[in-house]
Design a protein around this ligand. Sequence first.
Ligand code: NAP
Length: 252
Amino acid sequence: MELSGKTVIITGASSGIGKAAALLFAAEGANVVLGARRAAPLESVAGQINQTGGHAAFLCGDVRDEGYAEALVALAVETFGGLDGAFNNAGTVGDLGPVADMTLGAWNDVIGANLTSAFLAAKAQLPALLKQGKGSIVFNASFVGFSNGGLPGMAAYAASKAGMIGLTQSLASDHAAAGVRVNALLPGGTITPAGGEDNPEFLEMIANLHPMRRMAVAEEIAQAALFLLSDRSSFMTGSPMIVDGGMSVRLL
Ligand code: NAP
């Protein structure tokens, strides 16, 4: 098993990519510490893991809250004795639209949930990882942070995801010698609630933008996160890993 005995935090585990990652990482032997705001779906994912022989703890909260980032690390240490990695996945597209019409509040919502949360997660997680001289942090960014590709109204989302890639590279450079790896995952369109799973016309339109003529299923993105968290990627750090069905080839 790829994550046998490792303890991993997964944010945004109540839904979509984070839920798929929680189930996959637990099946690969990880003790998982799950985060999201909604209690019922988060408890359900943790229950599913614990009822099938896995090990999951969960804590509800908002990733924009510094205390919540610290509490997830504390829960990992108290419940499972330490921390080996994190998939900082929670995020939001926010309100789409041109910047001229965007309120500062709408901008701050997206930057807060995606980029500031990544800073807070790293700040809380690094001391535990540096203490043991080994660990892997993975941020879930997006292909949009690499090449917007002309998609309209994505300014705040694109800026937040591009910022996450810059943060990833700086953290990787700062902590590589200490044994902590930091990488970003750049998914293409993925069928999830945020990815429009209830809107067939939107799904078809997004699918057709990809050279593969389909969107990813959440498990495909979770597999890529698993690779970055596992020792199979032991020589990777600071990498923006693109998993996008060829979208960026088409765009660049
Ligand atoms: P999703 O199904 O809507 O899941 C988003 C998750 O993030 C939920 O579990 C949500 O839980 C949590 N979350 C959102 N804001 C939060 C906050 N402020 N505090 C705590 N938890 C929060 O969406 P998804 O598609 O799986 O997205 C997961 C990540 O993948 C996001 O970062 C997204 O930008 C990225 N991504 C998605 C796609 C795509 O096409 N789907 C493509 C590229 C990148 P609660 O609502 O319970 O808090």
